[in-house]
Design a protein around this ligand. Structure first.
Ligand SMILES: O=C(O)CCC(=O)C(=O)O
Length: 197
């Protein structure tokens, strides 16, 4: 498999991606293992002051001290499933970061998605490196600049692809995984993060 990263051009962002970072067999095996080993949970998000079920299943996984707050809720980490330890280390090596946590999301079909947001929580520190590994069905992923209308990027994230978001990406851009009316199978996404102590 070609594990070369290419940089994606987006003003003020630092993005590197490798469409075939995991080969198809490894990516399928990891998908199957994570479906079985991750305790998928229904999280809730605050939307216009109301608490609603997030359109996806999720699990916050990490070292014991890597607790994380997002959408108004603090999550204690679930311990690393066996299937994730080696991949965490390999992704960390590719990104040059010792990741201590990951947000796992399961999009069951096209009705699941994630709205516009930035991964800019205080515990990630300034200019965090976020490594996003996709498994299962290909979905489109979009960036839009926070203040410059029309500046953005949409790319398909196929199974086995690894996208690195670095530098000022979170400061200048929001990202989203739009819902789709197209028939699509399930997709798992893992966003590896380093929570600062
Ligand atoms: O599923 C994806 O590709 C996006 C996940 C995401 O935006 C996040 O975990 O912050």
């Amino acid at each position: 498999m070609d594990k070369t990263f290419e940089s994606l051009t987006l003003p003020g962002a630092s993005l590197a991606w490798c469409p075939g970072w995991l080969d198809p067999d490894a990516s399928r095996a990891l998908f199957v293992a994570l479906m079985a080993q991750v305790p998928w949970q229904q999280h809730h998000v605050r939307l216009f002051g109301r608490c609603v079920a997030a359109p996806r299943l999720s699990c916050w996984i990490g070292d014991p001290d890597a607790s994380y707050a997002y959408s108004g809720t603090r999550f204690a980490p679930h311990p690393w499933p066996d299937a994730l330890r080696a991949v965490r280390d390999a992704v960390g090596e590719a990104a040059g970061v010792r990741f201590n946590s990951v947000l796992a999301n399961l999009y069951r079909d096209g009705r699941d998605g994630m709205g516009w947001h930035s991964d800019d929580e205080r515990e990630l520190g300034p200019g965090p490196v976020i490594a996003s590994l996709s498994l299962g069905a290909t979905r489109r992923f979009s960036f839009k600049h926070r203040t410059r209308p029309g500046v953005g990027l949409t790319l398909p994230l196929p199974a086995g692809s690894l996208l690195l978001m670095r530098g000022a990406t979170q400061q200048h851009y929001r990202h989203a995984l739009p819902k789709t009316a197209r028939p699509v199978g399930p997709r798992i996404n893992l966003t590896f993060r380093r929570i600062l102590g």
